[in-house]
Design a protein around this ligand. Structure first.
Ligand code: BES
Ligand code: MN
Ligand code: ZN
Length: 481
């Protein structure tokens, strides 16, 4: 999709569809009011969020259609609402075979943040999860261009970069696990890194064995697919003035059967998105390479498949992590934390001073927060507060959960330094504590995205499947460091 900034007068816009926003109880003002007031008066349109009405051959305009898009309550309208609204408009008009769309915003919303959000909504809405459908007609309906009338060129560009990166991440996470093995995930990461001028290194099984990543390798050993530890580095052109170095660590389980502690078959097919955290950090690096923040950023993705093969790890096995601590594996389905800790220890060795991990880590976070909020955990409140501010600007809802010392008691093992599960109660918190035990004092945030990384059903503004959640806050954090 072609993304453009076209600072034109409303009457001069000549696309297939000129989109204006009408609010709940607050119809658009002149010059569009003439055409839209009747829609409000007749009750055909009320301005509720994501509502859409289409007028053909609007008088006094060059555009073929005037599209009235519902913004909801005017005083609650923000960039996040606009992102969803442009997404809903693009998906709706695309389904009708409309090819070019131009968005006009009222005076009050002509800022860079709104322009970027509008572009993001459009680009995110464009991605479908239908690569494996062989219907030859499926690509006939597509939006070729999306334009905004206001905002700066830089903002429009930023929006495009972020949303294209997010689509890259969604596209990877949507791939089925027979296609996207750890090896292919590493290959996709390597390609992306070379395309965008990032350093990339892939640690293979032998290298990980030499280093002593026993926790990660224990998870990988049940699969015929070899594991990979993906490391991608972004270094700012100008030498940074501080020693701060951001580490982004994403869980990359390309399929999670549970291993010997096997999962029930019902819904197991969804476990192909167990690498969504890894996909989010790779996508973040793709955007960071283009936005060029002044802080160095290193991404690490431990990529494995969790299978119950004949070499698989057994409940009760004791493994030695890279940190030197030993772990009794009571449940092989609590594999995410095992691969993450070796990657986090390695990130510290690479010089990361601040670390964020993103992981589809627990079913318990879905119970606690549903599919609305990401669950956040930290050992450093100031660091999390920074990230929460970035998340808020990006419309990525995130909710902090507590980390009292009492929860940590549940990880005490009879035979090793600790075991890998803390029981059903407070399952997301004990999972976070397990990870925290390996990061010590390094400022760290853990994001549990199990509930937010996948849409079972399409939203008006986004296709079903992977959401790419987390990526935008990472980029914003690096940008505003
Ligand atoms: N990948 C799962 C978590 C998950 C659940 C992701 C639902 C997405 C949707 C993780 O590896 C897992 O299996 N967690 C277990 C941990 C338990 C064994 C302590 C869980 O949540 O049941
Ligand atoms: Mn699991
Ligand atoms: Zn998992």
């Amino acid at each position: 999709m072609d993304i453009r900034l076209e600072p034109k007068q409303l009457a001069e816009v000549d696309s297939d569809a000129l989109v204006i926003v009408g609010f709940d109880g607050a119809p658009p003002l002149a010059p569009a009011a003439e055409q839209t007031n009747e829609l409000y008066d007749s009750g055909e349109f009320s301005g509720k969020a994501l509502e859409i009405a289409i007028l053909h051959r609007p008088a006094g305009l060059k555009a073929k259609r005037l599209v009235l898009a519902g913004g909801g309550k005017r005083d609650r309208f923000d960039a996040a609402e606009l992102r969803k609204l442009t997404g809903a408009v693009v998906r709706s008009l695309k389904s009708k075979g409309i090819h070019s769309i131009t968005l006009s915003l009222d005076e009050a919303w002509r800022s860079d943040d709104f322009a970027a959000a509008a572009v993001e909504g459009a680009v995110l809405a464009d991605l479908e999860n239908d690569r494996y459908k062989t219907d030859p007609k499926k690509n006939e309906k597509r939006v070729d261009s999306f334009s905004v009338l206001s905002g700066s060129q830089a903002a429009v560009e930023r929006g495009r970069i972020l949303a294209e990166a997010q689509n890259f991440s969604r596209d990877i996470a949507n791939e089925p696990a027979n296609v996207l093995t750890p090896t292919l995930l590493a290959e996709r990461a390597r390609q992306m890194a070379s395309e965008f001028g990032l350093e990339c290194e892939i640690l293979d099984q032998d290298r990980m064995r030499q280093l002593g990543m026993g926790a990660l390798l224990g998870v990988a050993q049940g699969s015929a697919e070899p594991p990979a530890l993906i490391v991608i580095r972004y270094k700012p052109a100008k030498a940074p003035t501080s020693t701060d170095h951001l580490g982004l660590i994403g869980k990359g389980v390309t399929f999670d059967t549970g291993g010997i502690s096997i999962k029930p078959s019902d819904g197991m097919e969804k476990m192909r998105y167990d690498m969504a955290g890894g996909a989010a950090v790779l996508g973040a690096m793709r955007a960071i390479a283009q936005i060029k923040p002044s802080i160095p950023v290193t991404a690490l993705v431990p990529a494995v498949e969790n299978m119950p093969g004949s070499k698989a790890q057994r409940p009760g096995d004791i493994v030695k992590s890279l940190s030197g601590k030993t772990i009794e594996v009571l449940n092989t389905d609590a594999e995410g934390r095992l691969i993450l800790i070796d990657a986090l220890t390695y990130a510290q060795r690479l010089g990361c001073t601040h670390m964020i991990d993103a992981a589809t880590l627990t079913g318990a976070i879905v119970v606690a927060l549903g599919s609305v909020n990401i669950g956040a955990f930290t050992n450093n409140q100031a660091f999390l507060d920074k990230l929460l501010a970035a998340a808020k600007s990006e419309g990525e809802k995130t909710w902090q959960l507590p980390m009292d010392e009492e929860y940590k008691e549940l990880l005490k093992s009879n035979f090793a330094d600790l075991h890998n599960i803390g029981g059903r109660a407070g399952g997301s918190i004990t999972a976070a504590w397990f990870i925290r035990d390996f990061v010590d004092e390094t400022p760290w945030v853990h994001l549990d995205i199990a509930g937010t990384a996948w849409l079972d059903d399409a939203k008006p503004y986004m296709a079903k499947g992977a959401t790419g959640v987390g990526l935008r806050m990472f980029v914003r954090l690096a940008e505003t460091w």
